[in-house]
Design a protein around this ligand. Structure first.
Ligand SMILES: Nc1ncnc2c1ncn2[C@@H]1O[C@H](COP(=O)(O)OP(=O)(O)O)[C@@H](O)[C@H]1O
Ligand SMILES: [Mg+2]
Length: 278
């Protein structure tokens, strides 16, 4: 697998003399992988996102995107590779219409005009916003604005898409729809996905989870492995999915559930198997 992102012993702080916000961080992310980053508030997740597209630079260590080191000389290149969507839909609309908004990022990066129109149509269709070309942002719902933000980012064909709590302000339905859109897009393109989130249903779907605690990587593992550490997760201020809690309770009541179910289907499957054995 091709390595797209590499953090090598990265340390970062916002001011000299202040405590380090990220401490000696090393990790790798591969092409087409979906990584969820979780961690308590202030654990350094958004700082990682900002380092990834050169909004900030580390004081120690280095960050490589597709083999290129992120620094002042490469940021414009890097920003073609790394697209980012943040939490607040109102702070990222730059155009006066949906169409302008999607065009803006491409214009900035010097895409040819014919290309722009084609890509605009493609990406807005991919997020289900193709009928809103001339709509002004204030007429859109929060979920629709986030869709446009995602389309704007996808229009520049990034290799990495980072969603930093991008669904946090949406209702559960809007959240599910956005994530469906993103995973559809991901499966059709070579795209590495990094989602920073508190939404556990999102975390269980990721290929791998990085758990941050006080500026350090606490664990890096499969969702199933992470959520088997329930008590330890709670100790560092994190929640665990309802289904894994339910499985634990059943275990304590003498129902021998062996594997760590991550969703309703898996738990049901296991209960049926146990049932058919008795
Ligand atoms: N612009 C800033 N200036 C100074 N400190 C900051 C700034 N942004 C974040 N911090 C601090 O850095 C730490 C990590 O913040 P952040 O990366 O936003 O965490 P998270 O996204 O996990 O909540 C926190 O202690 C936060 O207060
Ligand atoms: Mg944050």
């Amino acid at each position: 697998m091709r390595k797209i992102i590499e953090f090598r012993n990265v340390s970062f702080r916002y001011e000299d003399e202040q405590p380090w916000v990220l401490k000696n961080l090393s990790f790798e992310i591969y092409e087409n992988e979906w990584i969820a980053i979780i961690g308590h508030n202030g654990s350094g997740k958004s700082t990682i996102a900002k380092l990834l597209n050169g909004l900030l630079f580390p004081q120690e260590g280095e960050i490589l995107i597709d083999g290129k080191q992120v620094n002042q000389d490469t940021i414009w290149d890097i920003r073609k590779d790394v697209g980012m969507v943040f939490q607040n839909p109102d702070n990222q609309f730059v155009g006066t219409t949906v169409q302008d908004d999607v065009a803006f990022g491409m214009e900035n990066r010097g895409f040819p005009r014919e290309d722009m129109i084609k890509r605009m149509e493609e990406t807005l269709s991919a997020v289900g916003m193709q009928d809103y070309l001339l709509t002004e942002p204030h007429r859109l719902s929060g979920g629709q604005k986030q869709r446009v933000a995602i389309a704007s980012v996808l229009a520049i064909s990034p290799q990495v898409l980072i969603l930093d709590e991008a669904t946090a302000m949406l209702d559960p339905k809007g959240r599910t729809e956005i994530m469906q859109t993103v995973t559809d897009v991901q499966s059709e393109n070579e795209l590495s996905l990094i989602t920073i989130t508190h939404d556990l249903t999102e975390v269980v779907q990721a290929d791998r989870v990085i758990v941050m605690n006080e500026g350090e990587i606490w664990r890096e593992a499969l969702p199933r492995e992470i959520f088997s550490l329930k008590d330890q997760l709670r100790e560092i201020g994190l929640d665990v999915p309802f289904i894994t809690v339910l499985a634990d309770e059943l275990n304590q009541l003498g129902v021998p559930i062996t594997q760590e179910p991550l969703n309703h289907e898996e738990l049901l499957e296991e209960l049926w198997t146990l049932h058919s054995k008795t």
